[in-house]
Write a protein that binds this ligand. Structure first.
Ligand SMILES: Nc1nc2c(c(=O)[nH]1)N[C@H]1C(S)=C(S)[C@@H](COP(=O)(O)O)O[C@H]1N2
Ligand SMILES: [Mo]
Length: 205
């Protein structure tokens, strides 16, 4: 019955099969998934900032306007994959490319090899620094040319499309650089640390 429902509303476009990782189905919708409440920001200049800390020569804090004045980029035709088995093909996101962002903060310490993304409310997700250097990794603030909707991470989310989407932390407030790996929220609850959809790395062994 579930499958019949999916067939009616969610179709893999012809020819797109090779873009859908094993165990995933294609949706045209944009499901909302998170733990806890959607933050409500009245005035970003007063209630929001963005911080980098940890294995960095000096921590730094950006105001909202400082952050938004950083060079931005739009990535197109990007597929996203949620561990709950929906995939959404061909999405477009705008923000600051993470590799570019590193040019606008103090030098990292040589030991920095992992990052922990910190979200409003305490959600975290961990990633190797090497993964963060991919061209499609953004500190994203627009989806399909519009500011992120509150439930999708307004005003800023991490965007790491090569990993299951739980790594793409919504309501991002800080990046911590680390010399050794530290598990994030779902990784501690038994999700797979590497989270590669093509290898179906859903759960920890
Ligand atoms: N801050 C925060 N970010 C989060 C989550 C969360 O609970 N809190 N859930 C993650 C999970 S499990 C998924 S699948 C995606 C869903 O993003 P979406 O709601 O924009 O589809 O957000 C991720 N980012
Ligand atoms: Mo998820």
């Amino acid at each position: 019955m579930f499958d019949a429902f999916r067939k009616k509303f969610d179709r893999t476009p012809p020819g797109a099969e090779e873009r859908v990782p094993p165990g995933q189905y294609v949706t045209e919708k944009f499901p909302v998934l998170h733990y806890g409440d959607v933050p409500n920001y009245a005035n970003l200049e007063q209630t929001w900032d963005f911080r980098v800390f940890g294995d960095i020569t000096e921590p730094k804090t950006f105001s909202y306007s400082e952050f938004r004045s950083l060079p931005t980029v739009t990535v197109e035709n990007i597929d996203i994959h949620c561990v709950t088995r929906w995939s959404k093909l061909g999405t477009r996101w705008t923000g600051i490319r993470f590799s570019e962002f590193l040019k606008h903060i103090p030098a990292l310490k040589p030991a920095a090899a992992y990052v922990l993304a910190h979200s409003e409310g305490g959600y975290t997700a961990n990633l190797p620094l090497e993964t963060m250097m991919d061209d499609d990794v953004l500190l994203a603030y627009k989806f399909e040319d519009a500011e992120l909707a509150p439930e999708h991470g307004y005003p800023l989310r991490l965007f790491v499309p090569k990993k299951y989407f739980w790594k793409s932390a919504k309501w991002l407030r800080a990046i911590e650089f680390m010399s050794s790996d530290r598990l994030g929220f779902w990784e501690r609850y038994g999700y797979n640390n590497h989270a590669d959809p093509w290898l179906e790395e859903r759960y920890a062994e």
